[in-house]
Write a protein that binds this ligand. Structure first.
Ligand code: SF4
Ligand code: SF4
Length: 541
């Protein structure tokens, strides 16, 4: 891992002692490994964002627009009217500190400005100065300050050191959601052309080609067909997915990370096998080829634009409803925003499982069902033949990804599925899972290499809980239902808890799934020998 201290050095070098100067007088220090590269001009141009230019956060001159203070003032004013929650969050914090030690970035870095309360003060101090009488009259004494270029630099640094995970809000007695404050602050930064490329690149790709990686439709199809061959090799069964098929009952959409990046690809093989086995009448779309929505990390407007294509494609294909794969923020967008943003999707039908007849009332308006809920229903109705002993080589725990957990209250369904497909499942300590789950440390578009030190720091509390079950129970597999998690938990585990691998829940479902006409399975989807089959695997080799 490039340019990151060894774990022991990182821990020993962490300073939880506050600096000698007050927070308003402590300038931001852009240390390598703790900030993300800025959005490239070409990506801003693709989606029509303002002030496209080449620049670096370490430059003295950020080349802001001439009237940048006015733009930010007007932008904040507009949003205070538009989002009543923002006005409330600006006014009601009593600085009780209950949230202070709940953020993984504060725990891992010791930087006081990573305490949620202080992160919010970065914006609140400007709000006070511009929009409150006390702030206008008493300035600093009332917690107000002038909007300067240094403040913009501080916003850029710290609002891109928040993964919008909402853990802090669980502990706030007033329900202040610092993630919402970060979302608005990032939106304001976008008005003056200050965003990060790991968000803007995927947004531009998604806008042009339908997915984060900018993969063309024919390559998307080729990749899925490659996995069809892989499945046949492991199971002897040839699955037959269809693409852009009009009149299919269901449109299936998953993050492109499942199609192009290990270990998400094994999860994708799991979906293909499951759909084949139950005979689901479904289609992939090579145009709505991305479930993820990095618009959420850019602005409400961008989120709406990117979300719209999924529903436009469902309409074009004439499907009844949408089934969504294992993703994190895709579900936050669907569950919290879609209905009033692009919905209700009245042209689709209320989802009903064609296999069990179960009506998914919770998807009445969005018409989109979570794959784990769909599979849990299949298991509950006895529709799957499962052999959990095929996962006996694994001791599994489960990471509640922040968005499905805190954004949807989705706690029991993944555990129900896991406990039916694995014989060895161990939960992490209660204050680190479900509603209180610790973030992976790399969500909300921060999963970029140049940010690696901060990612390892932010992921420390999650890794620490995994280490606990690794040492107590020999856990060697961390499962999750988020494509970003599947990508970022791998380096996190390699760094803090070597010996623990990462898998999507549907990879483990597919290992256990007994398919009609299959050959005797000797390996899992990764070609690792199943327990008791080590010799047969060696013979093959
Ligand atoms: S817990 Fe809530 S009220 Fe208390 S300091 Fe944090 S944001 Fe403010
Ligand atoms: S939303 Fe998450 S990352 Fe952001 S301040 Fe709260 S706990 Fe920290």
């Amino acid at each position: 891992m490039a340019n990151v201290l060894k774990p022991k050095e990182l821990i020993e070098g962490t300073n939880h002692k506050p600096p000698g100067t007050g927070w308003m007088d402590t300038p931001v220090d852009f240390k390598p490994g703790t900030w993300c590269y800025p959005g490239k001009a070409k990506n801003l141009n693709v989606v029509g964002l303002p002030n496209p230019r080449e620049w670096s956060p370490t430059d003295d001159d950020w080349k802001l627009p001439k009237d940048w203070q006015q733009i930010l003032h007007e932008g904040l004013k507009e949003r205070l009217v538009k989002y009543r929650s923002l006005q409330l969050f600006m006014d009601i914090c009593v600085r009780c500190g209950a949230c202070a030690d709940k953020c993984h970035f504060f725990i891992g870095s010791g930087d006081p400005k990573n305490m949620p309360v202080l992160r919010a003060e970065l914006l609140r101090s400007i709000y006070r100065k511009d929009f409150t009488v006390a702030g206008k009259l008493f300035g600093k004494m009332a917690g107000a300050r002038e909007l300067t270029e240094d403040v913009v630099k501080e916003w850029f640094y710290y609002f891109f050191q928040c993964t919008e995970c909402r853990r802090c809000s669980v502990f706030c007695p007033y329900g202040i959601d610092t993630a919402e404050i970060t979302i608005v602050a990032r939106e304001l930064l976008n008005l003056i052309g200050c965003n990060i490329d790991w968000v803007l690149g995927p947004v531009a790709n998604c806008y042009m080609n339908g997915n984060h990686l900018g993969i063309q439709p024919h390559a998307f199809k080729d990749m899925i067909e490659f996995f069809v061959d892989e499945i046949e090799e492991v199971t002897g069964v040839r699955v037959e997915p269809t693409f852009n098929r009009k009149g299919a009952e269901v449109l299936f959409i998953t993050p492109s990370g499942d199609v192009f990046a290990d270990p998400g690809t094994y999860t994708l093989m799991g979906y293909l096998m499951l759909f084949h086995e139950i005979g689901l009448d479904y289609t992939w779309s090579t145009y709505a080829s991305e479930g993820g929505n990095f618009g959420l990390f850019t602005s409400h407007e961008m989120m709406k634009r990117l979300n719209a294509k999924m529903y436009a494609e469902a309409k074009r294909l004439g499907v009844k409803w949408i089934l969504g794969g294992e993703c994190g923020h895709m579900w936050r967008v669907i569950n919290q925003y879609m209905d009033t943003m692009n919905g209700p999707a009245d042209f689709l039908e209320e989802p009903v499982s064609p296999i069990t007849g179960t009506k998914f009332d919770n998807a009445k308006s969005t018409k989109m069902v979570h794959i784990v809920e769909f599979t849990a229903d299949l298991i509950r109705n006895g529709k799957l033949k499962l052999d959990p002993s095929r996962n006996d080589h694994l001791k599994v725990t489960y990471h509640d990804s922040c968005n499905p957990a805190r954004g949807m209250g989705f706690f029991e369904e993944p555990r129900y599925v896991l406990q039916n497909v694995c014989n060895h499942f161990y939960d992490m300590p209660p204050n680190t899972i479900k509603e209180q789950t610790f973030c992976c440390g790399s969500g909300s578009g921060l999963n970029t290499d140049e940010f690696m030190e901060m990612r390892m720091r932010g992921g420390l509390p999650r890794a620490n809980a995994v280490k606990h079950v690794h040492e107590q129970h020999g856990v060697n597999m961390l499962s999750c239902i988020c494509a970003i998690d599947r990508a970022v938990l791998v380096p996190l585990m390699n760094y803090w808890v070597p010996g623990v691998d990462v898998a999507g829940v549907h990879e483990l479902v597919a290992n256990a799934l007994v398919m009609e006409g299959e050959n005797e399975r000797t390996t899992d989807l990764r070609n690792e020998p199943l327990e008791g089959m080590e010799d047969s695997d060696n013979e093959d080799l």
